[in-house]
Design a protein. Sequence first.
Length: 325
Amino acid sequence: MNCITSQQQTMCFKYVGSETSTVTISLCKNQIVRILNFLILSTLLLVSNQGLSNVIDDIKADMLLNEAKLLDAPEHTSWSKKATITMGAAPRGDATPIWWQPDDDSYKSSDYWHAIVPWFVIYPGTEHKASNVRIKVSEIKLFILKYSSNTWEHINIDYSDPIWQQHQSHVSPQTANRRVNKRIEPDGTISYKLNSGFNPIHGGIRKFEIYGPDVKAVYAQLTTELILDDPDKHDDRTEAQLLVSIGADYHPDINLRIKDFAAPHNWVPAVAASRFGLVKSRPRVHHMATINPPGSVKNNGSVLPDNHKIISITEFETNPPPIIE
């Protein structure tokens, strides 16, 4: 029996007569296919893991320092400099800071709160000079990690676009009562333009009911993009310095308004808020997460210890929200 060795096939087989060559070639092809499939799968896993690592790095960064100095922001506040975690993953009255003292002290008790509302703030930086720009805000997404199942629940599946907005009094109190310049873009997303007083814009989506004792961690994201107000006018986006922070608030009950429980305050302590990140001329995702590190909770005098308000970054990386996997 003649044995013919092909240089291209020596690593897989040798021809041994005409009857066995077909079978041998078939086996070799199967082996090559398996090797190629393994290499493709390995490459995809490597790319996927690298992609997840990049997103995790973005989330960590978004819980650190602001990317630019905010215009006339109150210096005594933490948010004017960096991301903050206040109530964190503890929707209960004793997780509120010591300086938040409502008239009804039952809202400072260990009773759990059962509603949450995601929000954002658009704020000008000290170097903002552009006048022909708008900020698109879209894809607001809120997730809660549940103690009971250790899985993430997407809270606002059908409600990702802003439905309310108002000016803050920072920068120019005398122009804060003006109507917010809101526009629906051709793609259906919502955009905003600062008024002449550069008042920051605070907006968000509706409240959602949650089960307070089951909240282990909170994650939120939104997408922004810097666009032209009038495409026929000068493109001055390079002169823009606009920043966005995403956060969320708890409420004791979905039917309660802030004035119903927070008086004499007209605000409620945040779950957390991301750093103020720059809005760019391409879509950018901003993240908020109740994680530690990179930034530990600053002791704010709450009765509930701060370690109840966060999960470790290791746990977050091991079990991330499905949207970033």
